[in-house]
Design a protein around this ligand. Structure first.
Ligand code: ATP
Ligand code: MG
Length: 222
C-alpha cells in the first residue's frame, strides 16, 4: 500500500548540498513490521518524514494505495496523516505547557472522528500506556519515560494503520524500554504496519520483522 520509487532527497541549506536519500525503492504492505537500522546521519528520519507525509521535498515517486502523494491537496494530506499515521518522534515533540490530555488530543483535532468520542478515546489511549488518571497533569512536570508514554498515547489515539516510531526507546532505561515496546507491539495486528528506527536489534526479537539498513542514504535489504 506504500511504495517509494527511485526517491532522492537533497537538502540545500546554508550553501551546503546534502543528498540524504539515494534512489530509494521499497514497497510496504499491510502487516509489515520494518526495522530501520543505520548510523547517525544516514537518512533514517528523512525517510520516515517522507513516508509519513511530513516532507514532500523529494524527487521520484511516492504512492499511497497507488496515488502519488504530490497530487494530494493540503486537506487530503492532513486527513490521511490523521487517519493513517501515528507518529512517535525521536524527540517526542510534546507541547510542554499543555496537559497530557491536550497533547494526546492533537491527532483527533485533525481527524473526522466525532468530537463526542474524543474523551473516551484519549482515556483509552492513556490507559494503554499506564497513565490513566494523569490526564490533567502538564507535560513539563513529567519524567522522560512518562513523556515517551504520552508520545505513544498520542500516536495511537486515532488507531492508525501505520505506526512510525523514530527511536522511541533511545533515551529510556531497560525496564521502561520494555514497557514502551510492549505497548507498541500489543497495538499491532496482522493489518497494521510498523516502521521502527532503532540502533538496537534487541527490539527485533518480538515478531516477524523485516530489517533494512540505511548507509549514507542508500537502502540495503537483509
Ligand atoms: N532539514 C535539513 N536540512 C539540511 N540537511 C538536513 C536536514 N535534515 C537532515 N539533514 C541532513 O541529512 C542527513 C540525514 O539526516 P537524518 O536526520 O535523516 O539522519 P538520521 O539517520 O535520522 O540520523 P540520527 O540517527 O542521528 O537521527 C544528515 O546528514 C543531516 O545533516
Ligand atoms: Mg533521526
Amino acid at each position: 500500500m506504500l511504495e517509494l520509487r527511485n526517491v532522492n532527497r537533497i537538502y540545500e541549506t546554508d550553501g551546503l548540498r546534502k543528498q540524504a536519500l539515494k534512489d530509494i525503492t521499497i514497497k510496504i504492505s499491510s502487516g509489515d513490521q520494518i526495522m530501520i537500522l543505520g548510523a547517525s546521519g544516514s537518512g533514517k528520519s528523512t525517510l520516515l518524514n517522507i513516508i509519513g507525509l511530513l516532507d514532500k521535498g523529494y524527487e521520484g515517486q511516492y504512492l499511497i494505495d497507488g496515488i502519488e502523494r504530490k497530487t494530494l491537496t493540503e486537506k487530503e494530506q492532513a486527513t490521511l496523516r490523521s487517519r493513517l499515521f501515528g507518529y512517535v518522534f525521536q524527540d517526542f515533540v510534546l507541547v510542554e505547557n499543555e496537559t497530557i490530555f491536550e497533547n494526546v488530543r492533537i491527532p483527533l483535532i485533525y481527524s473526522t472522528i466525532e468530537k463526542s468520542k474524543h474523551k473516551a478515546m484519549i482515556e483509552t489511549a492513556l490507559e494503554g500506556v499506564g497513565l490513566a488518571g494523569m490526564s490533567r497533569k502538564r507535560v513539563k512536570y513529567l519524567s522522560g519515560g512518562e513523556r515517551q508514554r504520552v508520545a505513544i498515547a498520542r500516536a495511537l489515539v486515532n488507531q492508525p494503520k501505520i505506526v512510525i516510531a523514530d527511536e522511541p526507546t533511545g533515551s529510556l532505561d531497560q525496564i521502561t524500554r520494555e514497557q514502551v515496546l510492549d505497548i507498541i507491539y500489543n497495538y499491532l495486528d496482522e493489518d497494521k504496519i510498523l516502521l521502527f528506527v532503532t540502533h538496537d536489534l534487541e527490539n527485533n526479537r518480538r515478531g516477524e520483522q523485516k530489517i533494512i539498513d540505511i548507509k549514507n542514504g542508500e537502502l540495503f535489504f537483509d
